[in-house]
Design a protein. Sequence first.
Length: 230
Amino acid sequence: MSLTPKFLHDWSLLPDEAIRLQVELSKKVVTMPLSETISTIGGVDVGYQEGKARAAIALLTYPAMYLINYAVSETPCSFPYIPGLLSFREAPAVLTALEKLTELPDVLLVDGQGIAHPRRLGIASHLGVLLDIPTIGCAKSPLIGHYEALGNNAGDTAPLIYNDEILGMAVRSKTGCKPVIVSIGHRCDLTSAVQLVLNCCRGYRLPEPTRLAHTIASAKFPKKSLFGIG
């Protein structure tokens, strides 16, 4: 598949230039309810191996959560590790992996932040704006903001607040486990993003699309065994 991003930019930027670009791209984030006719979800995760970013896309049916395809891409890490600028280090590998799929998923669920970010443009929002597709950030921990104590049962939530603004939701995806942080990426709203994440959970802390993407990105799986999971 040949990707046709709505916006193109150079990835080889200085940190100050990258920050300015984030501010500009954040203005293009669209908030709207997710479609009610979602049939596929792409889980996105990025790992690192021998100085390269290894991006994995797991393509699953929705809501059944059956793995139907996956793609992997490795690219050199040309951008330094700087918190808040990880999309400049990881997104090029994700975009290359997406090109290996035969079609884009209806929604991308990204292991990372959406607008719960100092400049409202984490990797989920960055990818969503570039491709103009619905994206959701589902991170393992907050980058900014705080949330109050939430219930211990799966499905319990608490708003993630930063400067008196709700930027995301702490979501208990599994009873007794630390919550994940869900935030708007692009072309979704927080309510439908949280509901989709919960619909994707299958007894683990991580929702199935990003859990499988993480397994694939780690390069420690027997390939045939993944298919048919649901």
